[in-house]
Design a protein around this ligand. Structure first.
Ligand code: TRP
Length: 332
């Protein structure tokens, strides 16, 4: 064995380098931006779970209600022995509804960028569903990742993509993701997607500007994470959470706004801010049922059914993989 020289500090992992690169790259761009997936460190994932319980944040409750009301029907899409693969699982309270309604699911594969979160949740799930095999995968589901061999061996795979996470992609990226999901899930796959619907701006604005300020904490935690992991020196008192509905583009925009002219250091680079300048941290696109179906069709999925709540705030849609992928268009 060749003895390796000891390095004075732990070697940076590839993932950390990507984080540093993406943050510096985004902060040097105009307008400034940081990819939303970096919200989800352990603190961010826990703050996000608190968002889902807020009185103003209707999407989680709406989606849970639709899932409960139609669980038996939705469960019919999941044949015996199938593997249920959840993209961006977080705390798996929605999957639990399906697991209860379809007790013959062979295998549950929660995929999430936050490894701590899914390991904790998997342990609890195993206690509550002793018959179920739970195989968490800590991965960025927007990138290629490998399914566990057991999931590949299942008779078919059903993708589960709740929480309107699809709305956090640009529409062309959402199409790209649906295509990528089809490749990962393979022949005869099905896909269950939850999407937030277009609705009055007041309802939307309130949902992302809660009175308790948890969404603000969630947004600002990105700077805390950058300070801790990338040697940043952002002053959190000098940035503010801004979220508003952009009607033309049917999306909530989340920003961190600089309250004054200031500089911050990140990974050895100095970033300058004008007073009022923002870092764009996330979009949450709102869809119509038809628009999501059209997007999915273009990405190789055949719409099977859509379930909405009475107020038409939220929609759960089911698809099956078409035999032939439509040809890739330049925009994708
Ligand atoms: N995808 C959901 C949404 O856009 C949940 C979500 C993601 C969210 N990031 C968020 C909610 C930030 C509030 C703030 O609504």
């Amino acid at each position: 064995m060749v003895a390796l020289a000891r390095s004075p500090r732990p070697l940076p992992q590839v993932a950390d380098d990507t984080f540093a690169f993406d943050v510096v790259d985004g902060l040097q761009a105009t307008p400034k931006r940081v990819p939303a997936k970096y919200f989800y460190d352990d603190t961010g994932s826990q703050l996000f779970e608190r968002i889902t319980d807020l009185p103003e944040y209707y999407p989680t409750r709406c989606e849970m209600r639709i899932l409960r009301a139609h669980a038996a029907e939705i469960a019919k899409l999941i044949p015996d022995g199938a593997a249920l693969v959840e993209f961006g699982a977080g705390a798996n309270k929605k999957a639990r509804i399906l697991l209860q309604a379809a007790p013959n699911i062979g295998l549950y594969v929660p995929v999430d960028i936050c490894g701590e979160m899914i390991e904790r949740e998997a342990a609890e799930l195993r206690l509550d569903f002793p018959q179920l095999t739970v195989l968490p995968v800590a991965a960025d589901f927007t990138q290629a990742f490998d399914l566990p061999a057991e999931a590949k061996a299942a008779p078919l795979r059903v993708g589960f993509f709740p929480g309107s996470t699809i709305g956090n992609f640009e529409p062309h990226e959402a199409a790209g993701f649906l295509r990528h999901a089809g490749k990962i899930l393979g022949a005869r796959a099905r896909l269950i997607v939850g999407v937030d619907l277009i609705k009055p701006a007041e309802v939307l604005n309130a949902a992302y500007n809660d009175a308790e300020g948890i969404t603000a904490q969630f947004n600002l935690n990105l700077l805390t994470r950058i300070n801790r992991e990338l040697g940043g020196n952002f002053n959190l008192d000098c940035f503010e959470h801004h979220a508003f509905y952009n009607r033309e583009r049917h999306r909530i925009e989340m920003h961190l706004a600089s309250l004054k002219r200031q500089k911050a250091k990140v990974a050895g680079e100095t970033i300058e801010f004008r007073a009022g300048e923002t870092i764009h941290t996330e979009n949450s696109y709102k869809y119509s049922t038809e628009k999501l179906a059209a997007l999915a069709r273009g990405a190789g999925w055949r719409p099977l059914h859509a379930w909405n709540d009475e107020r038409k705030y939220f929609s759960i849609q089911a698809f099956e993989l078409a035999d032939e992928m439509p040809p890739l268009r330049a925009a994708e």
